[in-house]
Design a protein around this ligand. Structure first.
Ligand code: ADP
Ligand code: UDP
Length: 257
């Protein structure tokens, strides 16, 4: 393959210049980090699973008219995306209390929230991605009030789509993080979902057993992360069921009653 210009290497992905102007190739690595990069391991196959799961989710969002950067998957580890002007925020949507929210507010993990709660974190590893308010975002010009309104509307649509998608395969969407960016069309900037949506950035609990099927398996050392992510991919119907690995055996989602 021809040498490609590296644009950025992060903790979990690499961005290369894409084949056409305004495009990037997003490469999913097996590197897995927790505690803002303080713990790091290579988990074989994780990048392949996240590439497929994120393709499935972003493709679904595009199909229902929620704009994303995703264009198409190129191979096992790479997808073609539109280059966007990243907004330096991590947007977290929560349906049940968990993780830092439970710790900060003393609300037991698993408590159903009265409505989806949206939080903003500044994307800055050196500062440990601090929680910020709309006041901070506007005062420091990370995004405008209009951008924030658009981001909230987008985040709620993603929440509804993902909650339904996972509910159909017996998985509760506890919370998730998205990143967004601007695509300029003349003087008008459209906000789109960028980065990835995968078990690295969602909390996913089996509805019947409560088994964790997300990155908490790594963060809390609960077992095999690739087994958990494979289970998600299998249930979504994008990886063959065990024993059905033959080509052409792709199935639809595994309905869980
Ligand atoms: P991190 O930077 O937190 O270590 P990753 O390893 O996932 O994270 O790196 C991917 C980087 O690519 C992130 O910084 C993300 O903000 C950025 N990114 C994701 N999608 C796009 C896009 N469409 N255009 C430009 N940058 C993007
Ligand atoms: N999250 C993420 N990247 C981050 C921080 C959080 O993808 O840098 C996701 C995380 O997987 C979870 C949600 O955002 O689905 C909320 O995370 P929380 O604030 O509870 O943080 P944590 O407990 O992971 O520190």
């Amino acid at each position: 393959m021809a040498r490609r210009r590296l644009v950025y290497e992060g903790k979990a992905k690499i961005l290369y210049e894409g084949p056409e102007p305004g495009t990037l190739i997003q490469h999913f690595k097996d590197d897995t980090t927790a505690g803002n990069g303080t713990r790091k391991e290579v988990i074989e196959g994780k990048g392949v699973l996240n590439n497929r799961i994120s393709e499935h989710i972003m493709g679904g969002l595009n199909a229902i008219g929620v704009p994303t950067h995703f264009i198409r998957r190129l191979n096992m580890r790479e997808q073609l995306v539109r280059a966007v002007e990243m907004i330096p925020l991590e947007i977290v949507v929560r349906n049940l209390a968990a993780g830092s929210f439970s710790q900060r507010l003393g609300i037991e993990e698993g408590t159903q929230l009265p409505r989806p709660i949206i939080e903003f974190y500044l994307k800055d590893d050196k500062l440990g991605d601090p929680l910020v308010t709309e006041e901070h975002i506007i005062a420091f010009n990370w995004a405008s009030q209009q951008d924030i309104d658009d981001i909230i509307a987008l985040a709620l649509r993603v929440n509804d789509f993902l909650s339904g998608l996972f509910l159909g395969v017996g998985i509760r969407l506890v919370d998730f993080k998205i990143e967004t960016g601007r695509i300029w069309e003349g003087d008008y900037a459209r906000i789109v979902v960028a980065d990835e949506i995968s078990p690295d950035s969602c909390r996913l609990w089996d509805i019947k057993t409560g088994r964790k099927l997300d990155k908490d398996v790594f963060r809390r050392q609960l077992g095999s992360l690739s087994d958990a992510y494979s289970e998600v991919a299998t249930r979504l119907g994008i990886m063959p069921m065990p024993g059905e690995e033959k080509a052409g055996n792709r199935r639809g989602p595994k309905l869980v009653h």
